[in-house]
Design a protein around this ligand. Sequence first.
Ligand code: GAL
Length: 416
Amino acid sequence: MGVSRRGVLAAGLAALALPGCGSEAVTEAPDRKVEVFSWWAGPGEKEGLEALVADFARHNAGIGFDNAAVAGGAGTIARSVLTTRLQNDDPPDSYQIHAGRELADDIRRGYVEDLRELYTEQSWLDKLPDGLVQAITVDGAIYCVPVNIHRSNLLWYNPKILAGLDLTPPSTWADFLTQADTIARRGLTPLSIGPAWTQKHLLENVLLGQLGAQTYAELWTGGADWEGPAVLAALRMFTEVLARTDAATPAGDWQPALDKVVDGGAAYNCMGDWADAYLRTRGLVFTEGYGVVASPGTDRVYNFLSDSFTLPKGAPHPGAARKWLVECGSVSGQDAFNPRKGSVPARTDTDRSKYTGYLAAAVAEWADEGTRVVGSLTHGVVADAAWSTAIDAALAAFVQDKDAARFARAVVAGRR
Ligand code: GAL
């Protein structure tokens, strides 16, 4: 992508303003609005965005916020809308993207501006964890501003339902399979599931739980053997787990899949900690209306992802977009957003007292040096778009044919 259509137009108009013709110097009007693209339109997500926008408005009177959010969990629908806009040279002023390989794709395509100057001006570099900075840096340039850290590997439940079943959350997937018989005999779904991306989300966390953090991380860096016995056994475990879900009648998105757990139709749901925000919007109280543990086999491991915002090349309102990014990277912005979003701040110097309930433990665990950090597949950290899309296609076949060896071959072939 080269110069944008708007860029050409602006250059053309500038050329018409001949020097000396006007009586006054031409000054650029400040941007009056900022169009921000995300997928935070649904319950539990829009509340976080609204809190961030309210804080932005407090600091930026006179700049309107144009909310271009496209609904749908994990951004699968939003991402295809965004791709069309970027390909048609019609970028928003800022768009949401995950830190990691997903971002690297957009850097390679030339969609996003380098933000190093903003990082220097705002002194952000020493306020973010080193690993996160590495995930957003390419060849010394930094292309987005992370607003949070989410955890993917969590298992949600309703404490009253579990007590009624005389169960405590499983610590391995093998334990889960044992419990599943009891749960199914009582007429409940052992694990609720939603659209295809939630199956991928489950897959990554079964792989993590069965293989451990080291081998899981090596799946994405080339160090682990996808076609070897350990991975094949973990993939077979995934098919066993999936067989205990309601995949035949899946929920429409992640929120209704969680509804089944808290309303009593299902015992468990494997989902990221945006679930915490959603369940609170339903008026539920942590440890009473809902509980959570690390997904089986992943205690003390943080399968992370980070929501970030960019400055696209050719953004129509780059001045306002920079102000939006400053907001995303600020202490006040992150402390307004994250307590509502169910995530911990990307910055390390925010006000911990604002994080209560589930989030108090999450903030402590994220900061704990003993916590092992790995990156999410489904949420953009470890695989680029081409590989991730190849995995999607292979997974759609795998859930039908249950052929672990064929799936592993397709995953390896899909890597470029
Ligand atoms: C993730 C995103 C989270 C949350 C989730 C469900 O990809 O990073 O912030 O929105 O999808 O939609």
